[in-house]
Design a binder for this molecule. Sequence first.
Ligand SMILES: [Fe+2]
Ligand SMILES: [Fe+2]
Length: 162
Amino acid sequence: MKKEVADLLRVQVNKELQSAYIYLDFYNYFAARSLTGFAKWYKQQSEEEVQHAWGFINFLHDMDETVTLTSVELDPKPYKDPLEILKAGLAHEQFISDSIRGIYKEAAANDEYEVQSFLKGFIDEQVEEEKNAKNFIRKYNLAGPDNLYDLDEGLLANKDHE
Ligand SMILES: [Fe+2]
Ligand SMILES: [Fe+2]
């Protein structure tokens, strides 16, 4: 595999682990406020991101490429309300979508067909991730900031993402 492409895949491992860390930070915000449905949602997101990281790790190994891990950065913020977190979640997923498109573009420019094929699942996944993040914001706005109990209960009962 071309080094430029392999390097981008290695960096993506870090970005997926960073995603897991960000969602863990979100989990802590909601768990501390007894919004257990919101907390559950972000715990699931965090676990999914670790699985994404494994996807990239396994693919690199399958292709006989090395995997080098680097520190996971986190800039914990004092979020002012849940909506700020929901918006940060969407912005982060858009950043990840951009990153994956960038790898795909580089793979295509280098005729790396296996990488392009591998990335297709992640491109589809990002459509789902952005859709979920946008729906979450819409539902939050429908409920309103003073009426989160029902939304939280609904998330707690949600079996879709278990
Ligand atoms: Fe991811
Ligand atoms: Fe994600």
